[in-house]
Write a protein that binds this ligand. Structure first.
Ligand SMILES: [Zn+2]
Length: 201
């Protein structure tokens, strides 16, 4: 079992300020979260930096990812180190991910820049049901959607600043191998959790 923050931005996102070095050091220092997905806006540069720094720490895992500003809303792709070709329609992004055995997540579907009810028409692998930057009512709507679509529900802090890291996490029934983790998420072998008593889910 591994606990992962599946939605983290670095300073390579235009609106975020987390230095990859700080990110890696804080992940190494964390008592129980031992993996993160770097999901910068439309770039994998932050992932590359974090991954290079993380090689010094055998106990942590950096999952490659990206949060694509698709035309109808944000989509997280995990398991890729390159961007999909444009135009970024939801279909194109999902198609790109499927061809690479990557995983797609509807990010915060009912928050700003979420896919909203359009998610129902999308062949995503999972729904972000607990977003650390979304109010609980918004997360509840996402949770209902995941149930209705019979899709796994995952969690990520959506941290843009260092003090927003690890507020929530996804517990995956897998060891620390990337392929195994992605497969387990697709199969729904997940549970979401919060490190903050104030966040209800
Ligand atoms: Zn985000």
């Amino acid at each position: 079992m591994i606990k992962i923050d599946l939605h983290v931005h670095t300073s390579y996102s235009p609106d975020a300020a987390i230095n990859p070095k700080t990110l890696v050091e804080q992940l190494h220092a964390h008592p129980f979260i031992k993996a993160i997905a770097v999901t910068d806006h439309n770039t994998v540069e932050g992932y590359e930096k974090a991954q290079a720094l993380a090689s010094a720490y055998p106990d942590i895992l950096i999952i490659p990812g990206v949060e694509i500003s698709a035309i109808n809303g944000d989509l997280i792709v995990l398991g890729v180190t390159e961007l999909p070709p444009e135009p970024w329609s939801v279909e194109n992004v999902i198609d790109f991910a499927k061809k690479r055995n990557a995983l797609t997540i509807a990010a915060h579907p009912y928050r700003t820049r979420g896919l909203g009810d359009l998610t129902r028409n999308c062949d995503v692998d999972a729904i972000e049901v607990l977003n650390g930057a979304a109010p609980s009512q918004v997360n509840k709507l996402a949770e209902s959607l995941a149930k209705e679509m019979e899709l796994p529900g995952v969690a990520g802090s959506d941290a843009h600043k260092a003090d927003e890291l690890w507020t929530v996490y996804t517990e995956v029934q897998a060891s620390s191998g990337l392929d195994e983790i992605l497969k387990a998420i697709k199969k729904g072998m997940v549970r979401v959790g919060s490190t903050q008593k104030s966040i209800r889910f």
